[in-house]
Design a protein around this ligand. Structure first.
Ligand SMILES: Nc1nc2c(ncn2[C@@H]2O[C@H](COP(=O)(O)OP(=O)(O)OP(=O)(O)O)[C@@H](O)[C@H]2O)c(=O)[nH]1
Ligand SMILES: [Mg+2]
Length: 304
């Protein structure tokens, strides 16, 4: 399946919602206050933030009423405008010619998809790269097993501590092994649940500091994993984690399961943080590089 088909097939909840409502609104073949208001409400319902909606409405306002197929013209204009917002956020975490070792710390609230995403990423990285996966979610024993399973599936080395061991001390040991045995990538899984967000963020800050102290040569990145079905609530999470931790990249999962995929656009508009991958399902192959063009055309049900 082409990358575009993957986007198109798996973003159908958002695209069905947006395209059917927009086609409906513009059936009358007029761009006027009434249709623009309808469009506004559809875009807001898909969790696109008000400032972005305003920008989009202003560009649609310019459509000439004599246009043959107004509805399609509107979809095309929206796709173009959205692509312009998303384009600067495209960034791959792994590059073909990555030289320096990389340590990736995956953070995010519980259930956002951290562990699954690590499994998917590990299975996508080329075989010649040496990967160590570290279970620093010591909060639940099942979390360690879940990650071990993903490591086995992708044929990668796995490091874990004991249940309830301090996550920073597991990260310490894992980073020492990573350095000593010359791995290329260290993928660190963390817990999403703690008594409260402040404790969680403090624990992650400590873990990151420990890792940076041991390996000052490796490039350390903090990857924030967000659950796409949370829609605009994702913004709050970017604020909470981003305040104390320098987030290098965002991954938005479960976009296959929501009609609120528009929230991705709000995030791209609000933060200058790259979006590296999006999750489009539960299977290994359901994690794809984020593409501004594929995303914007897919959610409006347009062709590539
Ligand atoms: N449909 C769908 N489900 C996903 C996607 N990514 C993850 N999931 C599911 O979301 C659930 C939670 O994923 P986990 O990877 O365990 O989440 P986590 O962030 O590690 O959660 P904690 O360890 O509790 O903090 C699992 O059932 C996954 O299969 C996705 O892109 N699409
Ligand atoms: Mg987990």
């Amino acid at each position: 399946m082409s990358l575009f088909s993957k986007f198109k097939n798996n973003l159908q909840k958002t695209s069905n919602f947006l395209s059917s409502n927009i086609l409906n609104s513009f059936q009358s073949k007029k761009v006027d206050n009434e249709t623009l208001e309808e469009l506004e409400s559809v875009l807001i319902s898909a969790d696109i933030s008000l400032d972005v909606v305003e920008k989009l409405i202003n560009s649609v306002r310019k459509v000439k009423t004599s246009d043959q197929d107004i509805a399609t013209t509107v979809l095309e204009i929206l796709a173009k405008e959205i692509e312009i917002i998303l384009q600067p956020r495209e960034r791959k975490i792994f590059e073909e010619n990555d030289q320096a070792p990389k340590i990736l710390i995956f953070i995010g609230v519980n259930g956002s998809g951290k562990t699954t995403t690590i499994g998917k990423i590990a299975s996508q990285i080329r075989d010649e790269k040496k990967i160590l996966i570290a279970a620093c979610d010591t909060f639940r024993a099942a979390a360690i097993d879940q990650l071990k399973n993903w490591s086995d599936k992708s044929n990668n080395d796995f490091f874990s501590g004991n249940t309830n061991q301090d996550p920073a001390s597991v990260a310490f040991q894992a980073t020492e092994k990573f350095k000593r045995e010359n791995y290329n990538y260290l993928l660190i899984d963390t817990a999403g649940r703690l008594s409260n967000n402040t404790n969680l963020v403090n624990q992650l800050v400590k873990l990151k500091n420990v890792v940076s102290k041991i390996d000052s040569k490796a490039q350390i990145e903090t990857i924030l994993v967000l659950d796409g079905t949370n829609g605009s609530n994702m913004i709050k999470q970017v604020d909470i984690f981003g305040k104390e931790l320098d987030v290098s990249s965002i991954i938005i999962t479960k976009l296959d399961g929501t009609a609120k995929g528009g929230a991705l656009i709000s995030i791209a508009n609000k933060y200058e943080i790259p979006i590296s991958y999006i999750g489009l399902g539960e299977k290994l192959e359901d994690l794809t590089d984020f593409s501004a063009k594929n995303f914007s055309r897919s959610i409006l049900n347009l062709e590539a």
